[in-house]
Design a protein. Structure first.
Length: 396
């Protein structure tokens, strides 16, 4: 009996997370709403589809466009402070306000007037106008925009060096931002009054944070990959996916590694319900992993599909959604036999059982997913020529 009990304990300890038994579904068509050539990010605010891009003029500016579910323009907004600004991550709060974060260059100082001197030019040579030098993008910037497009606030925090923002998360306690600074992953918070906390580095430069989820207490969940020891947890594969809990001060409190022996893993997206998507590369095989976790980072269900490695996932309206670049037939999906990588969106119930599948012959890798009760699921994906396009599920 003791041996049986021991064997049961070992089996429970090392058993993989549950893979739900899948039922067959028939693929349906994804509706392409419109091309969005400049779009780099996509959100939904109630009945509006919001695209965000950094555009180049005399300075780099942030361009925001809102369209309805049929693609008709509702409003457009350009943020131009007079200095360079680059949008890098975005989210929407419960009131539909749009939050965008990135880095900007410091505003130029006041011009100093000098006496005009006309230089002699006997040969009538035309001189090209000189272009002003652009400053370093070292000012962490957060913009808050109303659902109607009005700029409500701009929050600034200067750093000594340029940086990148990979993800932003907002709730009633403030914002959490994750990205790269001084070639190291970092996290930084901002409270509801616009005050920034000191930034905290995560690891020593061999860790990448792709997604952040802010908790009600001001702490954060961080998701990405790492090739270094974190909180005493050592590297198991070539690169491990990591799930990190950080306190409101940014200190790491726990780390869970998702590894594949001699494999390469990373988490790419996460939502507030801890539905994650990422890639698993082992040998010549690349898969997208979709996993639902508890707040203790225990997996409740998981599923993998052969893919290009690019994926996004979110849960809303009682379902979970995953979008990825599919490159082969899937046994549980009838009518899906892509000859090249194509966009596939799958839906799941609370137990991880697939309930629907939607495919597109026009679109490939996903860029973003968003959901509202007015619009349903909306996304941004690349077409074959790499032009981004907005899509919706065909059921709504």
């Amino acid at each position: 009996m003791k041996k049986i009990a021991l064997l049961l304990l070992i089996a429970l300890t090392f058993s993989p997370s549950a893979h739900a038994v899948q039922k067959k579904v028939t693929v349906k068509k994804i509706t392409t709403v419109m091309d969005a050539p400049n779009a780099q990010m996509l959100l939904v605010s109630k009945a509006s589809i919001i695209t965000i891009a950094t555009v180049d003029s005399l300075t780099t500016d942030v361009e925001i466009s809102a369209v309805d579910g049929a693609g008709a323009v509702l409003w457009q907004k350009v943020i131009d402070s007079g200095s360079d600004e680059v949008a890098m991550a975005s989210t929407v709060d419960g009131a539909g306000n749009i939050w965008i974060s990135g880095f900007s260059s410091p505003l130029a100082g006041a011009a100093v007037e000098t006496a005009a001197v006309i230089a002699e030019n006997p040969d009538a040579i035309s001189l090209e106008p000189t272009q002003p030098l652009r400053g370093d993008l070292n000012v962490l910037t957060v913009w808050k925009i109303a659902p109607s497009g009005e700029l409500l606030a701009t929050h600034l925090h200067a750093h000594s060096l340029p940086g990148l923002i990979s993800s932003i998360s907002v709730n009633n306690s403030g914002l959490s931002l994750a990205g790269v600074l001084s070639e190291r992953a970092f996290i930084q918070s901002m409270n509801v009054t616009g005050q920034f906390s000191p930034h905290t580095f995560i690891g020593t430069g061999k860790t990448i944070i792709n997604a952040v989820v802010r908790n009600s207490d001001g702490g954060s969940y961080l998701f990405g990959s790492s090739t270094e020891t974190l909180a005493g947890k050592k590297l198991a594969g070539i690169r491990d996916g990591v799930l990190i809990k950080a306190s409101k001060t940014g200190a790491i409190t726990s780390v869970v590694r998702s590894s594949a022996i001699k494999g390469d893993r990373s988490w790419l997206s996460a939502d507030s319900n801890l539905l994650l998507s990422g890639f698993v590369k082992s040998g010549k095989t690349t898969e997208s992993a979709i996993t639902k976790f508890t707040t203790t980072f225990a997996p409740t269900w998981t599923i993998r599909f052969a893919s290009t490695g690019q994926s996004r996932a979110l849960s809303a309206g009682g379902s979970s959604y995953a979008a990825f670049g599919s490159k082969s037939a899937i046994a549980s999906i009838t009518g899906w036999k892509p000859s090249k990588p194509q966009l596939l969106v799958t839906t799941f119930d609370s137990k991880g059982v697939m309930t629907n599948a939607f495919g597109s012959t026009e679109l490939g890798d996903p860029i973003a997913l968003a959901y509202s009760k007015e619009l349903g699921l909306v996304g941004l994906a690349n077409k074959g020529d790499q032009t981004p396009a907005i899509f919706r599920l065909a059921t709504r």
